[in-house]
Write a protein that binds this ligand. Structure first.
Ligand SMILES: [Mg+2]
Length: 231
């Protein structure tokens, strides 16, 4: 049987607050890394905001708590320790969960022949550590990550190039769709010419995502995606 012919070839998902909630595992891993290296249990929430990429979070938090920029070696060690602790904080997190409807949606998209990727501010390794606990990595054979660029539009363009390589078909922005839970996701998608579905499942409500000019807004993935978004 041939798969239905979707006009959208590829769907690109944000991770935190869209696919999963780690229950603070990300922030805890940074705190443990700063504590081990400098004896300072740094709270990234005080110095950074949710739209920042991991490299930006690390640098800004370092500058805030140490009062200077990190040396190259210090930054390399910080990122290594942070990924080390992220394995632990994700596996220990009591409030880690997959958001409603995610697994069924991803399974259905793949069955329908949709290409599924990631767009995230996480370092590539951090993205995969976070998704591993829920067994979700298997759905995503390409993506754009915070380790590719600090600019979400560029992260999006990089993801499309990678998807094109993986699938041997050009992914033009108009045949893709970004799904994210914050105004940053909407802005990043639009800056790369890709429409965006806002998912009001976590930090932002429908009105805020509509205000941010999301092309469609849904409460969760439980009822699937708006049909028009896939056409
Ligand atoms: Mg998010």
């Amino acid at each position: 049987m041939n798969a239905p012919d979707h006009r959208r070839l590829a769907l690109l998902f944000d991770i935190d607050g869209t696919l999963i909630i780690t229950g603070g595992a990300g922030a805890r891993s940074w705190r443990l890394a700063f504590d081990e290296l400098y004896g300072i249990p740094a709270d990234i929430g005080k110095f950074t905001d949710t739209g920042m990429t991991d490299p930006d979070v690390g640098r800004k938090t370092f500058e805030a708590v140490m009062g200077r920029k990190p040396e190259r070696q210090e930054f390399a060690r910080l990122l290594e320790r942070r990924l080390h602790y992220l394995h632990q904080t994700v596996s220990e997190s009591e409030h880690y969960r997959v958001l409603p409807g995610v697994e069924a949606l991803l399974t259905g998209l793949v069955d329908d022949g949709c290409l599924v990727g990631l767009i995230t501010g996480n370092l590539e390794a951090a993205a995969h550590i976070k998704l591993h606990r829920a067994g979700l990595n298997r759905f995503f054979s390409f993506g754009g990550y915070g380790s590719d660029s600090n600019d979400r539009a560029e992260v999006t363009r990089i993801a499309l190039r990678r998807g094109s390589v993986v699938y041997g078909e050009e992914l033009t922005p108009d045949r893709c769709l970004v799904l994210g839970d914050t105004p940053h996701d909407v802005a990043g998608a639009h800056a790369a010419g890709v429409p965006c579905v806002g998912v009001a499942s976590h930090n932002f409500n429908s009105a805020q995502l509509a205000e941010a000019k999301a092309d469609w807004v849904i409460e969760s993935f439980e009822d699937g995606l708006p049909k028009e978004a896939l056409e």
